[in-house]
Design a protein around this ligand. Sequence first.
Ligand code: FNR
Length: 183
Amino acid sequence: AQLTIAVLVGSLRKDSFNRQLANALAKLAPPDFAFQHLRIDDLPLYNQDDDAHQADVVLRLKHEIRDADGLLFVTPEYNRSIPGVLKNAIDHASRPYGESAFAGKPAGVIGASIGAIGTAVAQQHLRGVLAYLDVPTLGQPEAFIHAKEGLFDADGGIGAGSREFLQGWMDRFVAFVRRHASE
Ligand code: FNR
């Protein structure tokens, strides 16, 4: 059977390195894995007053997360944390209390930055949030990707310099999701 991975990209930027990374990673997955990018740019700002009547776009997001076999977070680092747009989406899908869409979904966390430490601090913050939401995350290998010339090849795949490393990352992520799906 097909396994679906819900992809959450923490950047709304048109030419986002992280969106390109998400697309390139999908090419490294086996054919029974399908990657679905979830929209987060049309969500309202989270307001707890709306918990009793969540907007249709929020219900859509929660439905997509619940339907998925795994999650893939591909995020930049903004000011040493995760971007507000990603936290906003997570807050929406975690509510109302007791009706989180996240519980038990296995997740991979990865990100690319033009900075030298490649989203390490943002990923650490995200792992803390996900631990609270009962989302098990792939611990190793960690992947802090430096967005520099040659990261992607001409076809939008991972460039030669990082391909072996990121194939190894994807293989571990795939095994992690399969293990959870069979439980
Ligand atoms: C950044 N950037 C950044 N990079 C980093 O490594 N650590 C950081 O704390 C920050 N902080 C930060 C804040 C804000 C508001 C912006 C707009 C940018 C730079 C960031 O890595 C770069 O813009 C990436 O290209 C963003 O990812 P996308 O949009 O290409 O996916």
